[in-house]
Design a protein around this ligand. Structure first.
Ligand code: ZN
Length: 108
């Protein structure tokens, strides 16, 4: 089956949605055919194992199984949140200056 044929069938079956991120695929050119279970992980080259995906999502998923990719995504989000929280804590710590004991009147 040609890629263009597969794409057409997938749009017909699932609509213009990315099977990986779930967002809409705006242009047909952006759409790629992703193997849900990668070929080198035992996935088959059949329409049942195909899904439409953004090119970016497809590249990012690579040879991961769907659940592995979901786990990675969740972990990444958690790391971003941790980074964000630590930044907030740093800013707060900077505002409090424990070494600044002088009162404003003591300044020259
Ligand atoms: Zn996507």
């Amino acid at each position: 089956m040609k890629t263009s044929e597969a794409k057409f069938l997938l749009v017909f079956k699932y609509g213009k949605r990315c099977g990986i991120c779930g967002k809409k695929i705006k242009s047909f050119r952006d759409a790629t055919v992703d193997h849900i279970i990668p070929l080198n992980r035992g996935g088959k080259n059949t329409i049942m194992n195909y899904q439409l995906a953004h090119e970016f999502c497809n590249i990012e998923k690579g040879n991961l199984m769907p659940e592995e990719y979901a786990y990675l995504k969740r972990y990444k989000r958690f790391r971003t949140l941790k980074c964000f929280l630590s930044k907030i804590l740093l800013i707060r710590r900077r505002k409090v200056k424990p070494n600044d004991h002088r009162l404003p009147s003591e300044n020259p």
